[in-house]
Design a protein. Sequence first.
Length: 423
Amino acid sequence: MLRHRLLQEGEPKPYLVIAISVGTNVLLGVLIFALFALILSQRPPAVSRFLNVIASVISILMPALIILTFIALSKLKSRQIRMVELKKIKTFIDALHHSSTDIEAYDTLRDFISMLRVADKISIVYKARDEDNGFSWKDISAEDAAACDMHYEFCPLLNKSRDYICGTPNSDSGCPLDTKKFRKGSYLCVPIVDEEHYKSILQLYKNKDGSFSQATIAAIKSYVEIARPIISIKNEFNALNRKATTDYLTKLYNRDFLDTYLQNQIEVSNLSKQPLSIIMIDVDCFKAINDTYGHASGDYLLIHVSEIFMKCIRKTDVVVRYGGDEFVVILPSTDTKTAFAVSERMRINLEKSMIRSLDGNNVLFATCSFGISTYPTLCGSKQELLKTADIALYKAKHSNKNCTMIYEKGLTAIQDSAKSKVI
């Protein structure tokens, strides 16, 4: 939308103004000369000589007036062009600031550079921390963009700290643009962010031979220079936000995340008229495991339990470490029956798993108790949703453990397993 609006604005066209202005001056001059001719034919010689002098002065001033008009309108044209460019820059900066993540900021940068129409393909790759706490390169571009096949650890653009690399594929410019897709044409690579743990590259490719002009490179670098600090800030903010909402042990979301996310899902449920279910989980006899094998083995067990849960849920579901040995699974657009099936899948997979202790000398057999509640079927608010699921969990813990309990207002409920009981 933003890009489309900017393209519709177009460039100023002062040439029409210049043509109108010059034509008006010429027409005015012709009319003045015609008037003087009329006056000269009817006046005494003294008056005629005086009017001749005025006509001569006008004939001298007229070209100067036309030249001054051209100069003034040329300056007006330059000023209008600068105003349009400043407006684009302001819109670009506003769009960057309104980006919620660094990825959205990258998309904004790519959209604005594409409006320059200086390349056939534009790609952006970045290196950032992944879920395993390592670092990997990721491409945010479309599949047909000119993303380089070179391993970015060996990229001369970053290794040599260059402002940019411009050339043709397989040339001697210092970068071969190692890609099977493009074997001719021109490319331009510009570093966006080049920090120790966070790097990104902008790559442009055009089908025609011949390097990018210095004016084009300057324009592209100006956009990159504006975007660089904002992208870095977005990345740092998102990293801090992830750290604040991520459990340090299991790498699941934590309770702070749950409070906000669950309220959002309640609102989504109200709008979509779809049920929202949660599963509250507690590891059975976790204190005994800690006392027998040590707290380090207990932590090790929680990590593996979390991994098992993550393998049993759908992409739309979220697992949260609620605290200690308790977990909460949020199931958007899910009724009680489906939530029960998800819960049983987690329970059975965990029951079958053999988890070695941290020292590797013992095998830990872990089970969990599960409590289910559904909004708005069984409760009317976020607090009630958590409370009713906790009541179901309490009932499961004080029954046979290793079972799923569904909170029900009445006596009817879903019972698909001998392990399952209903409040």
